[in-house]
Design a protein around this ligand. Structure first.
Ligand SMILES: Cc1cc2nc3c(=O)[nH]c(=O)nc-3n(C[C@H](O)[C@H](O)[C@H](O)COP(=O)(O)OP(=O)(O)OC[C@H]3O[C@@H](n4cnc5c(N)ncnc54)[C@H](O)[C@@H]3O)c2cc1C
Length: 235
């Protein structure tokens, strides 16, 4: 998870898995799976053999763009598009969803996203652009994905890739909730990973939508954290 959530959050996630009894083997590949249904042997490249009743393979995906070869479109790991999700070099061809690699202004690069929120938000943007060719809207999403693991509701908003978290709220090992926040060189919040903490999530989503400076956001977040750490009082 270091690629998508950065090393600090990935470490916390791995500790969470291990605390739940999951054994994580890192830095080792699979050379083969033999046996039959219910009685499988997985062989690793260091010679280790693991017995398994069930094997789940999660090795990523590639966009199904082969059928576009020879179409005249620029196809390189998906359909290459401008910031309006319009296939480069065309005026009336758009791409949406997993197969679209559009120019994301915020990152200054072509990006492909593989999740439902992206497919839905991008479709709305492209529908607008088809209907309003003289008033095109750039696709500038605040990405949002989530996952539920061992009682952790992990929510990821914006861009969390690359660097370490700027600020960590809460203690991943001691608390059942924490948040990692990522600001850029200009002090703008760029992304956040929130675990089991809906009030922090609401603040961060709003800040990301509005492009709030980290210094403006921090007092509000501190208030949420302080409120959470006050002992509960009975009415
Ligand atoms: C195992 C798995 C788990 C996932 N879990 C999550 C999750 O928890 N949360 C999340 O946000 N996202 C998840 N995703 C990603 C999510 O499913 C995709 O991002 C989303 O479905 C993309 O939508 P899409 O319309 O771009 O593509 P798709 O849903 O893949 O639809 C493309 C369609 O085009 C069809 N097609 C392909 N080629 C042709 C052709 N030549 N002619 C006609 N039809 C064609 C395909 O059959 C398919 O029906 C998961 C994906 C996988 C594989």
């Amino acid at each position: 998870m270091t690629r998508s959530l950065s090393t600090d959050v990935a470490g916390a996630a791995m500790a969470m898995h291990e605390a739940a009894g999951v054994r994580c083997l890192m830095g080792v590949g699979v050379t083969g799976i033999t046996g039959r249904k219910g009685q499988l042997t997985v062989t690793l490249d260091d010679g280790t053999e693991l017995r398994a009743a069930t094997v789940v393979v999660g090795i990523g995906a590639v966009p199904n763009d082969g059928w576009l070869a020879g179409s005249g479109l620029t196809v390189e790991n998906g359909v290459v598009c401008d910031e309006y999700c319009r296939a480069v070099g065309t005026t009336h061809v758009y791409a949406v969803g997993d197969v679209a690699r559009w120019f994301d202004r915020a990152r200054g690069a072509h990006v492909r996203a593989e999740h439902w929120t992206n497919a839905v938000d991008q479709a709305a943007c492209v529908a607008h652009n088809i209907l309003h060719p003289t008033n095109l809207r750039a696709y500038e999403p605040v990405e949002f994905v989530w996952s539920d693991q061992h009682g952790w509701k992990i929510q990821v908003v914006g861009d969390t890739t690359g660097s370490a978290a700027t600020t960590l709220l809460g203690d991943p090992t001691a608390d059942r909730r924490f948040a990692a926040l990522y600001a850029d060189g200009q002090g703008l919040l760029r992304g956040t990973v929130v675990v089991n903490w809906p009030r922090v999530m609401v603040q961060c989503r709003k800040a990301l939508r509005e492009g709030t400076a980290w210094s403006d956001l921090e007092p509000g977040l501190r208030a949420v954290v302080n409120a959470a750490s006050r002992p509960e009082t009975k009415a």
